[in-house]
Design a protein around this ligand. Structure first.
Ligand code: GLV
Ligand code: MG
Length: 337
């Protein structure tokens, strides 16, 4: 491999933090905010936007019309050159590897702004071979253009084949930054009978058994529970981050918040924001609740060396809950930093 492991670029958490959490990236990435860079009005707002979000992503793939692909690429280069992003992450979503645009996306972007780019989001990843290909291409382009800091890769998990190979994708390259669930493409790839971008479906529900004594209430289920769980395990075992992706119903912020919160509770670090209203939703959901943080601190204080068992408010705490508390407390420190 041609690059140092991304972990070499991550600052470790405090000495004594439990493995594997110690190796997780310190950078807070609660929302990856998508912008369509071919639209001048949108580009003009990016300097202000960069102060509000954790990551700005210039989208070159789906949702950018075929006849605007070149304009989006050029607009992204212009936007990155013109903006001081400070600590805010600079990402792009390139077109997929079998598209007519991807070679120009990579050659132009690495050549023009390779030193300012943190992460490339790679769509429709089917297996580790897609990551290997991008890894080598990036190594060539970085060498040609003297790019000093390796550009990381973030895979979108959005095909049935990709889900089957999720563990191999997570460990495919030291450049792997993380992975996002892509529920819209995944739904199509799996033959799901939906027409929506993420979120639930009113008919995906269970009904209380007719023989029971309880009222026959239908409970809607989370369509994405299985895939998020599988992705989180693959990513965290590989020491990279997992993200929920897009939520397309901008008219239903409560459902967006619920979907993001499920992902947060299950181990995701963030989600995509496709609309300005989703920035604050992601900020709220992916920053730990102050009450949870206060309780976590009580556990850490009650067990200074992280071992043993204590009772707090009638609940048993031990080494394992100390580790959970450390996850929440460390995240709170990162968000506050
Ligand atoms: C995102 O790209 C998705 O397909 O959901
Ligand atoms: Mg997609």
């Amino acid at each position: 491999m041609t690059v140092k492991t991304p972990r070499a670029f991550y600052k470790p958490l405090a000495i004594g933090a439990p493995e594997p959490y110690r190796e997780l990236p310190v950078k807070v990435e609660r929302m990856i905010h998508f912008v369509p860079p071919h639209i001048e009005k949108v580009r003009a707002k990016v300097p202000e936007l960069a102060r509000q979000v954790d990551v700005v992503l210039g989208n070159l793939e789906d949702a950018i019309p075929a006849d605007a692909k070149e304009a989006a690429r050029a607009g992204f280069v212009e936007m990155v050159k013109a903006t001081d992003f400070g600590a805010t992450g600079v990402w792009t979503r390139i077109n997929c590897l079998n598209s007519p645009w991807v070679l120009d996306d990579l050659a132009t972007i690495v050549g023009e702004i390779g030193d300012k780019l943190d992460v490339i989001m790679l769509p429709k990843v089917e297996g580790p071979w897609d990551v290997h290909y991008l890894d080598q291409l990036l190594a060539q382009l970085e060498a040609r253009h003297g790019v000093k800091k390796p550009i990381l890769i973030h895979a979108i998990l959005e095909t049935a084949e990709g889900v089957k190979n999720v563990e191999a994708i997570a460990t495919a390259s030291p450049r792997m930054h993380g992975m996002s669930l892509g529920p819209a493409d995944l739904a199509a790839s799996r033959g799901m009978k939906t027409t929506r971008v993420g979120g639930g479906h009113p008919d995906y529900a269970v009904l209380a058994d007719a023989a029971g004594t309880a009222p026959r209430v239908a409970f809607q289920q989370d369509l994405w529970h299985y895939t998020v769980g599988k992705m989180v395990d693959a990513c965290l075992a590989a020491g990279i981050k997992a993200f929920y992706g897009p939520f397309g119903d901008f008219s239903d912020p409560a459902a967006c918040e619920a979907q993001f919160r499920n992902a947060f509770l299950m181990g995701c670090a963030g989600a995509w924001s496709l609309h300005p209203t989703q920035i604050d939703i992601a900020k709220k959901v992916f920053s730990p609740d102050p009450k949870e943080v206060a309780f976590a601190k009580r556990i850490l204080d009650a067990m200074p060396d992280g071992t043993g068992a204590v009772m707090i408010d009638g609940k048993m705490q031990d080494d394992a809950t100390w580790k959970q508390a450390k996850v929440i407390y460390d995240l709170a420190c990162q968000v506050a930093a």
